[in-house]
Design a protein around this ligand. Structure first.
Ligand code: ZN
Ligand code: ZN
Length: 532
């Protein structure tokens, strides 16, 4: 009875597959993670290591502070981290990092890697960053008051404690880790390993860390973890690649069966020097040679300071009227400026992130009801100045930016790649223009936004050390000049103008602008006369 047999076949197949899942057999492509984890833990003595203190010299890459996004352009390294010491105590859930770095070059709140956000500059050479459970804080000098990190940053700092061989193997045993594994033939890294003719079979184990991050580790035939990889949320790049790499050669024997790597190499952003897929080639965010290793050198319980425990991070928007229909939206580290036209509004700068941008947009709509925000002028591509671009795209604004930023924004930023860790408006409700791309004005020199009575003139400023692709905006009738990072009134003015400031003053002179006031993204407006 052929008809009957054919009818039975699918039922039988379903039964066989169902049974294999029930008895714990693995689907093709997957392997049992436990033997790989056990062998790795035994190879480096993870059971014998409760905590560790490591020291040496490290470097710090400033994620999102690149001068331009192009092939082989990495995150800039501001200053080395001298006397870098890190203590990781996995049992107590704490990690402390200390180092010396030249003051005045970077925001005090910035450790390395993600979230360089212009704010109070580092004052003291000795820096201390601590994380304990869900709390993180930094101290600018040993006597300074602790300053709480935002919860998203605290989660990344906490994650770092597990993104190393012993940390990963410990995290894999915690409840909720739910290890899964696959295998592959690994070709290695073109830039580091050269041509590969005999790929090595590796096991890749993935686990969930802190109930949130999916972290995978590549375990090689020597049972050593060579790459530990995950993603973290970034307002500009979305689900951002985040990984640490270790080489077999750098493991040293600490006795008692414990082995530990001395060379650290960390990527934030895709390891994409050649711009194969991403426009931003920036990735080296942290690394160094940390050769002084003390096993089981435990510091005891780290107490979370009360001020850190109680810290809140509410977005505050304070608006100031600068002229008729011209507002400064302040209240945080970065201002935006809103300019009212007859039928629409233009906003200068979309800084930080979506929370900030949504709050600023609400205030703009309250101040000037019934008109669309038609234009968003983006000063430059630094991540703390571009973190709100997607939000303005979401509400329907056209992004005015210099043509040198266009490639980065189209490919890496204003794209429809899903954002799973911190979904934003565009990822949740991608508008149709996103695919078509007609919400940009990528300008070269000058651009005028006008309603026939009011003009807002936008100009390119170059050459600059700070960044390439910098725009300023000028309101001729009110003689207000909007700018970012060229003159910050939050910082003490240098004794003599910097070369970037000379370029800026030169542009103002050549364009024939005679400003009454300069309106910076950082700080309060300043009479132009005070500046010259
Ligand atoms: Zn900048
Ligand atoms: Zn800035």
């Amino acid at each position: 009875m052929p008809t009957r047999t054919a009818g039975l076949m699918p039922v039988l197949l379903v039964t066989v597959l169902g049974a294999s899942v029930a008895t714990g057999q693995l689907a093709p492509g997957f392997v049992d993670p436990m033997p790989a984890l056990d062998a790795a833990a035994k190879a480096i003595g993870t059971a014998n290591l409760r905590c560790v203190t490591i020291s040496g010299t490290a470097y710090a890459g400033a994620v999102g502070q690149q001068r331009e996004s192009a092939r082989n352009v990495d995150w800039p390294r501001i200053d080395a981290l001298a006397n870098y010491t890190r203590t990781m105590d996995w049992e107590r859930g704490s990690m402390k990092e200390e180092f010396d770095r030249k003051p005045g070059l970077n925001p005090a709140a910035w450790k390395y890697g993600v979230r360089w956000i212009d704010g109070p500059l580092q004052q003291q050479p000795h820096q201390i960053f601590t994380v304990k459970d869900n709390y993180a804080w930094h101290m600018d000098g040993p006597a300074a008051a602790p300053v709480a990190s935002t919860p998203d940053l605290a989660a990344i700092y906490q994650l770092d404690m597990w993104l190393n061989p012993h940390g990963f193997l410990k995290a894999a045993r915690l409840p909720g880790a739910n290890p899964k594994a696959t295998w592959r033939w690994e070709l290695g890294e073109m830039g580091r390993d050269g041509p590969e003719v005999r790929p090595e079979r590796v096991t890749v184990v993935s686990i969930t860390v802190n109930g949130k991050f999916r972290v995978d580790a590549t375990i090689n035939k020597e049972h050593l973890l060579q790459r530990i990889h995950t993603w973290v949320a970034d307002p500009v790049l979305g689900d951002m690649n985040y990984e640490h790499e270790f080489t077999n050669a750098s493991y040293v024997d600490l006795g008692n069966g414990i082995r530990f790597p001395t060379e650290w190499h960390s990527h934030q952003g895709w390891d994409d020097n050649y711009g194969m897929q991403a426009a931003s080639a920036g990735h080296n965010a942290f690394g160094g040679s940390l050769k002084d290793i003390k096993a089981n050198h435990c510091p005891g319980t780290v107490e979370v300071p009360e001020s850190v425990r109680r810290a809140t991070f509410r977005v505050r928007v304070e608006s100031t009227r600068l002229a008729d229909g011209v507002y400064l939206l302040g209240g945080g580290t970065h201002n935006s400026m809103a300019i009212e036209f007859r039928d629409f509004i233009a906003v200068f700068e979309a800084p930080l992130n979506e929370d900030r941008s949504l709050a600023v947009i609400e205030e703009v709509v309250r101040l000037m009801p019934g008109k669309p925000i038609r234009w968003l002028i983006n000063s430059h591509q630094h991540f703390d100045h571009a973190g709100g671009l997607r939000t303005y795209m979401h509400i329907g604004a056209t992004i005015v930016t210099h043509v040198k930023n266009f490639e980065l924004y189209v490919r890496d930023v204003l794209n429809y790649a899903p954002r799973t860790l911190q979904p934003d408006m565009v990822s949740l409700w991608p508008p149709t223009e996103l695919a078509e791309g007609y919400f940009y004005e990528a300008i070269r020199e000058n651009f005028i936004i006008s309603d026939g009575t009011r003009n807002l003139n936008i100009h390119y400023v170059n050459p600059l050390d700070h960044v390439d692709g910098m725009l300023i905006a000028w309101l001729p009738r009110e003689r207000l000049l909007f700018e970012a990072d060229l003159v910050d009134t939050t910082q003490p003015r240098p004794a003599a103008p910097t070369s970037d400031q000379r370029s800026f003053f030169n542009a103002v002179r050549k364009l024939g602008l005679e400003p009454l006031q300069i309106v910076p993204v950082h700080g309060r407006p300043l009479p132009w006369a005070d500046l010259r």
